[in-house]
Design a protein around this ligand. Structure first.
Ligand code: BT5
Length: 323
């Protein structure tokens, strides 16, 4: 309802829209329209009202509300359904719950703040209110479970493409980090529910540091984390950036469904800063074994091929640091 009111006001392009026409469009009373306008104002919309002329939208908040994200969003699958929360423990946890209860493919869960944001291996992900984009996407792909890790690469490419739209250079470190000067801007956590030969659903959680200044990070992150605003030298609209990510994600995912991951892997190579480097690997399998070598390739499963003193090794999951 409120989304439609915002849509009507936006479509008026800065002109007044009468309360009567909004009421007529929505099939509600003018008093009910007024109540919705009050709620929108509480959310930060600046709406001017004039007797006999109606309502005019002066300014919209940079909140990741459905009324900001979904109106005019150019996607076919991603973000068609959206759940918004001012605060949650973890959007991935919530998205998994929704997916379990049958939420549609492409549903996104977005929060202004996470109180228990998760990284891989139960690590914590710092997700302060209003300063970043913390969200999860539910997918129900037809491909086989062993293809799922490539969705992490796809998500990284989607964010990298969105950064390109904003004239920022993106650097992807295998598998899931987007970096700036060796510090992390974006983290991605893919979780899967499936059985042998079948994916029930995937939840891809993406955390993007957007307008976090260095001092706003906790001390232990100040030397390892960065924010998009640091690259641009100014604050960025989180609404515009999230919309760009969703559109890029949608494009890539539709392509994967029709022709496979070839283009994702090609785009990933273009943005990657890992291949060709001497690296240290802490493997997620093999009891967390640590070894060093040179990253020489990405195989068709998205695994990193590392040249070591004992020959080539494929790493499917783990942490990589560039030496
Ligand atoms: C990740 O794990 O990078 C995956 C992060 C996924 C976060 C999203 S936000 C939406 C969705 N809901 C969730 O609950 N999670 C997802 P990993 O590669 O394990 O890296 C975790 C490490 O990154 C931590 O141990 C810190 O060192 C560092 N870190 C924590 N918060 C950070 C931040 N905001 N920016 C940069 N680095 C951070």
């Amino acid at each position: 309802m409120r989304k439609t009111i915002v849509e009507l006001l936006k479509n008026a392009g800065g002109d007044f829209v009468s309360g009567e026409s909004i009421a007529g469009e929505l099939g509600i009373s003018r008093t009910a329209v007024w109540k919705h306008i009050q709620k929108l104002r509480e959310h930060g919309y600046e709406i001017i009202s004039r007797e006999r002329r109606g309502y005019r939208l002066k300014d919209a908040p940079d909140l990741l509300l459905p009324s900001e994200i979904q109106i005019g969003l150019d996607t076919e699958i991603i973000g068609k359904e959206m759940e918004y929360h001012p605060s949650v423990d973890s959007t991935n946890r919530l998205a998994k719950k929704l997916a379990y209860h049958g939420a549609a493919e492409g549903t996104i869960v977005v929060a202004e703040e996470q109180t228990g944001g998760k990284g891989r291996l139960e690590r914590k992900f710092f997700s302060p209110r209003g300063k970043g984009i913390w969200f999860s996407v539910i997918l129900r792909p037809n491909f086989l479970p062993h293809e799922a890790p490539k969705c992490t690469l796809m998500a990284a490419v989607a964010v990298a493409e969105a950064m390109t739209r904003f004239n920022m250079k993106a650097e992807i470190k295998w598998p899931n980090d987007i970096m700036f000067n060796g510090r992390k801007l974006v983290g991605i956590l893919t979780e899967i529910s499936g059985e042998l030969g079948k994916i029930n659903y995937l939840v891809i959680g993406i955390g993007i540091n957007v307008n976090i200044s260095r001092d706003d990070f906790p001390e232990e992150l100040q030397t390892v984390a960065a924010s998009l605003s640091e690259i641009c030298g100014e604050e960025i609209s989180r609404v515009k950036f999230l919309r760009a990510v969703l559109e890029e994600f949608d494009k890539l995912y539709r392509e994967v469904n029709s022709t496979g991951f070839d283009n994702v892997l090609k785009r990933w190579r273009k943005f990657n800063v890992t291949l060709g480097k001497n690296i240290r690997v802490i493997s997620a399998g093999d009891g967390g074994e640590t070894f060093t070598g040179k990253a020489v390739d990405l195989n068709s499963d998205g695994a990193l091929i590392v040249e070591t003193d004992n020959g080539l090794r494929a790493v499917y999951a783990g942490d990589v640091s560039i030496r």
